[in-house]
Structures are given as C-alpha cells and as structure tokens.
Design a binder for this molecule. Structure first.
Ligand code: NDP
Ligand code: PMR
Length: 360
C-alpha cells in the first residue's frame, strides 16, 4: 500500500476529490483503490496495474521502467518474445516483483484472446492499458501477413490492439482505480498537418476499400485505401487508425465509464528498434538528423517518462486528447490532421475493424 500524503498540489487534491465520485459508481474488485481506514488525513492508494504492449524494447520498455520504479504500479509487460522481455527488464534494472511478463503476439487474434484469458486468470485488476507495440516495414517490397491474413503493419499495430482493447474494456470498467485509462500511441507521421506527416508516402485511408476487403492481398488490396503495397504508408495508415480508434472509444465510452482515452506523439525516438528494417545508412543518419536538424529527437528515457505521464499523471486525466510536448518538455493538447480527426472515418474504421476481428 502506498501512502498518499497531504503534501498535494491543488490538481492532485481535485483529482482525489473526484476519486470518491468515481468509486461510488464502480464495482469494487479485490481491494478498494482508496483505503480510508488509514490514519486521519491520509488516504492510501493501492498499487495500480498497467498493461504495456511491446514493453520488450524502445518506448514500451522505457515506459514500463518509468512506471515500475515509482513503486505505484505493477507492470504487465505484454510481449511476443518472452525471453527478450525478461532480459530487457533485467538489463533496464527493473526490480523483480515490479513487473510480470505475459505472452502477447498482436499479429495473431488467437494470441490476443489467450492473453486476455491469462490476464484474467492472474486475478489482477486492470487499471491502465497502454497500446504501444508496433512494426514498421519501410523496405519491404511485398506485404507480409498476420496469422489471420491481414497485412502485417495494420494487422499488428491497429487490428491486434483493436481486439485487445475492446476485450479489455470489461476489465477496465470493473477496476475501482481512481483514474482508469486506455492509451494508444500515435505519431506525427500519421498527421498530414505537419512537415513530418508530409514526407512521402503520406498517410491516407481513402475510402477504406482495402480494409473492408480484409487487407489480405488476394481478393483485396493489402493497403487500407486499396492501393499498391507500400510498407512505410501502411505504418502511417496504421497510426491514423490508432488515433481514430482512441477518439471513437472516447465518443462511445468516456461519458458512461469515466475512462480516459488518449493518444500521443512522444517525440522522435530515433534510436529504437522501430527502424530495424530500414537501410543501414538511414539508421546511421536518422538520429543526428533528428537531433541537430529537425530538433525533434528525444531519448528513450525521456519518451518513456512522457508516455508514463499520459498513463498515470494525475494532471493528465482529460479524455479524447492527442498529447505532444514542446521544447521545454511540457505537455500540450495537440491538433490532429483533418483525416486523423474525421469522426465519420473513425466510426467506419471501428465498424469495419470489429467485423475483421470477429466482434460483429
Ligand atoms: P520498438 O521496435 O523499439 O518497439 C516496438 C515493440 O513492439 C517491441 O517491443 C516489439 O517486440 C513489439 N512488437 C512488435 N510486433 C509485435 C507483435 N506482433 N506482438 C507484440 N509485440 C510486438 O519501437 P518504438 O519503441 O519506437 O515504438 C513504440 C511505439 O512508439 C510504436 O507504437 C510507434 O509507432 C511509436 N512511435 C515511435 C516513434 C519513434 O520515433 N521511434 C515516434 C512516434 C511513435 P520485439 O521486441 O519482440 O520486437
Ligand atoms: Mg521525419 C520537424 C520535422 C520532422 C520530424 C519531427 C520528423 C519525425 N521528421 C521530420 C522531418 C523530416 N523527416 C524531413 C524533412 C524528411 C525528409 C528528409 C524526413 C524523412 C523521414 C524518413 C525517411 N522521416 C522519417 C523517415 C522514416 O522512415 C521515419 C518514419 O516515417 O517512420 C514511420 C521518419 C520519422 N520522422 C519523424 C518521426 C517521428 C519518424 C518516425 C517514427 C514514427 O512516426 O513513428
């Protein structure tokens, strides 16, 4: 149990005042989130449980570490490579007992369903879900596919997370934690209202005929817009889906459940494994280009703190927001591009996706 003492900012006090209201409406799980039997003037907050997908490297690992080392969170590292994740947690210095690695391969809907079952069997409450994992295939000439036959980038980054978050909504709703959140990592490169988003190939979902056809590359295109395969575009399209999905969740569930739905651009973390399939020259030049020319570079540690903030900071409870950070590393609500904030497209992505993952 953690002691939440009186040395609180006004924001945090308001946050705690709201806690009472939220608690009153939710079904209690194993232990109540706020324990009022503590000594006068002090409230105890149980340790939160956060699931982070793709926590075996880069942003996910840095976020897992940032949350775990506060002592306020138990981190479920939801990863496709169990051993890699265990090793990564150890070498990042995460304390044993502050995390649990659980198997999740987002490129298989069966695996997503199995993860949800195993998580439920663990008996832990779900307080925050962070959809972070992604693949990027900028040099692929031909599409590759998930176990269910979807083009790999959209299948993993969007459809896998879509099923995961839809299934885990029940669990989030059952949690009695003061601020329950579903965070889906977005990116600047999916937003065509920025310079970075205008580097070709640009994100564009078109009329989504490829998505509606199942992205299988056989009787439908592997691309959402029905065009020829382009791995870099598929990634950017998947990020647009991530940002649209967050907003559709917000519209459908925020008022009713009080859950915070948010997305973010954490900065350009030019050193992560995301660029593993890029040509060696790109991997050599990309970090200095971002550090010294665009000045958009951010370290893995710093980016991890940013995502941890969106997942857990008492001041970032606003729902439906796409967070970014300015030069002084202060968070602000950023504007999404026209396509990434198009409510009709968000609804369509939702409806088509639920058919593809077997929810409708
Ligand atoms: P990394 O490649 O370092 O991390 C991606 C993580 O996703 C890895 O842990 C990887 O697992 C995991 N993953 C990939 N495929 C699957 C799968 N099928 N099932 C489960 N996990 C999977 O990249 P980043 O840390 O850079 O990316 C993290 C997020 O940040 C992504 O959503 C990305 O879009 C976003 N982002 C990154 C930016 C950057 O500049 N790097 C900028 C903006 C957004 P494994 O370790 O086994 O490969
Ligand atoms: Mg980009 C302010 C300018 C800016 C920022 C913040 C980024 C972020 N990039 C910027 C500008 C440019 N980039 C310019 C001017 C160019 C042309 C030289 C450029 C090129 C470029 C390439 C080839 N940038 C890239 C690539 C990639 O392959 C990366 C990508 O699109 O991955 C999907 C990428 C990125 N630039 C970024 C960020 C954050 C990325 C990668 C990660 C992501 O969006 O997830």
């Amino acid at each position: 149990m953690l002691i939440v003492c009186e040395c609180f900012s006004t924001k945090q006090r308001e946050f705690n005042a709201r806690i009472g209201a939220v608690r009153a409406q939710t079904t209690a799980t194993a232990s109540p989130a706020v324990n009022r039997s503590a000594p006068e003037g002090k409230k105890t907050l149980r340790q939160g449980c956060v699931v982070v997908t793709g926590a075996s490297s880069g942003l996910g690992l840095a976020t897992a570490k940032a949350l775990a080392e506060t002592g306020k969170w138990h981190v479920i590292m939801a990863c496709r490579d169990f051993l890699k994740a265990e090793r990564a947690a150890k070498s990042a210095g995460m304390a044993k007992g502050s995390y649990t690695v659980m198997h999740l391969d987002l490129a298989s809907l069966d695996s997503v369903r199995q993860f949800v079952e195993s998580f439920r069997r663990s008996g832990r409450p779900l307080d925050v879900l962070v959809c972070n994992a992604a693949v990027y295939q900028p040099t692929a000439k031909e599409p590759t596919f998930t176990a269910d036959g979807f083009e790999l980038s959209v299948g993993t980054n969007h459809l896998g997370h879509f099923l995961l978050s839809r299934l885990l909504m029940d669990d989030l709703q059952k949690s009695d934690y003061p601020s329950k959140r579903l965070i889906i990592v977005g990116s600047i490169t999916g937003n065509t209202n920025t310079l970075a988003g205008n580097v070709p190939p640009k994100a564009n979902l078109g009329d989504m005929r490829g998505l509606a056809g199942g992205l299988n590359g056989l009787n439908s295109s592997a691309m959402i817009d029905g065009g020829d395969f382009d791995g870099a575009k598929a990634y950017k399209d998947s990020k647009v889906c991530n940002m649209l999905t967050m907003q559709e969740f917000h519209r459908r569930y925020h008022e009713e459940t009080g859950i915070t739905f948010a997305s973010l651009y954490p900065g350009c973390i030019a050193t992560t494994g995301l660029f593993r399939e890029h040509i060696p020259l790109f991997r050599l030049l990309f970090p200095p280009f971002q550090k010294y020319i665009t000045k958009g570079y951010v370290s893995e540690d710093e980016a991890g703190k940013r995502l941890a903030q969106v997942a857990a900071d008492p001041s970032l409870t606003k729902s439906g927001v796409y967070w970014s950070w300015n030069k002084d590393s202060a968070s602000f609500e950023n504007q999404l591009s026209q396509e990434a904030s198009d409510a009709d497209k968000a609804r369509k992505v939702w409806e088509v996706s639920e058919k593809l993952v077997g929810l409708a």
